[in-house]
Write a protein that binds this ligand. Sequence first.
Ligand SMILES: Nc1ncnc2c1ncn2[C@@H]1O[C@H](COP(=O)(O)OP(=O)(O)O)[C@@H](O)[C@H]1O
Ligand SMILES: [Mg+2]
Length: 350
Amino acid sequence: MMLYHAGAFLAVTLSSMVCVSGRRITSITSIDGSSLSSQEVLGVQYQSPLRPVRSPSATMSLLQQLFNGTDLNSTSNSREECTSTYRSTERGVLGKGRQGTVKRVLKTANKLEYALKSPNSKEDVNDLIAEAKIMQAAAGCEGVMQVRDLKPCYKRRYVPGMYVTDRMEGDLQAWLTSTKGSVKEGWTVQDGLAQRRRCKPDFEKEMLSALDCLHGKGFIHGDLKLDNVLYNELGEDGCPTGLRLADFGLSAAIGTELKKYPKECMSAATHLPDCVFEGQPCNLPDVEVPDVEAPLSDDVFVVDPLIDMCSYKVMRSQLFQEWTPLDAKYENKGSCGKMAYGRGTEFRFP
Ligand SMILES: Nc1ncnc2c1ncn2[C@@H]1O[C@H](COP(=O)(O)OP(=O)(O)O)[C@@H](O)[C@H]1O
Ligand SMILES: [Mg+2]
């Protein structure tokens, strides 16, 4: 058994990153109602809003690294028949994103609920395999989502790339929205900022230990934002606890070099520091540049934990409207560049 299309990308040496979203489109309707082909918009087939994605070649390099040439066979790509161990539930879909659909399922053996992620298309299979493999590499990190079943049988089939995790209560984006003020009968109802701030100490503790642990295992999350952090429950104080990092679709091994994302996706991905985009220099403090003969070219960035730390600063600003420096661990002055809403705020390390 082989990974999908494994042979096609063996010649690639430097992983490239691209900026497209899952399904291709053939036309976009502009504000005045006229139809523009997507090529006219950007010269390439992109779907709006443009979000960074890992290119197939980058995924293949990552998989080769993750499997280290040894147990590629442990991943099946067949759609063999099997006896279902999970079944659908009524409130089915937990989330649907560009690469996968997450469904609420019931495990027949123990009648407990789980979350089952399946690829949206064949092109997403390798990404989901990589995702699951990275979560396995971070086994033992309490704050990282764990794979419970790497080869689930669902609807009497094994589906390549499909995997099962714990079913979580919600994500932080939904929590932020639910605690935000709203306008009712002409009055603005109090924003839940004060309440959210009471949750800050535990949030920081859980998030920093999750990130430290993941980084200690040699990976960055790479796409850290509120909807990719899930929580187990809301405590009596209304604070989310049992935080877990999820969605490893842009995760990468620390120290590897990746081609920068096209600048077209800079305005949509405001949770990422500017230097991962083409044309932006890196001013992060002390990024470890691996030993390479040639100097690092302008269109490449080095995968470093500071990328997650920049994203983490944005998360804190969204939840707590908090702009103060992070902590003494990152004591060298450096900048993530302009991030957050409209890329309007500069985030610096102290
Ligand atoms: N284990 C889970 N339990 C509950 N909800 C989940 C779980 N995994 C994902 N979700 C929901 O589905 C959404 C999309 O999942 P995610 O893994 O981030 O996929 P994508 O790569 O498509 O963004 C999440 O933002 C979250 O709301
Ligand atoms: Mg996501």
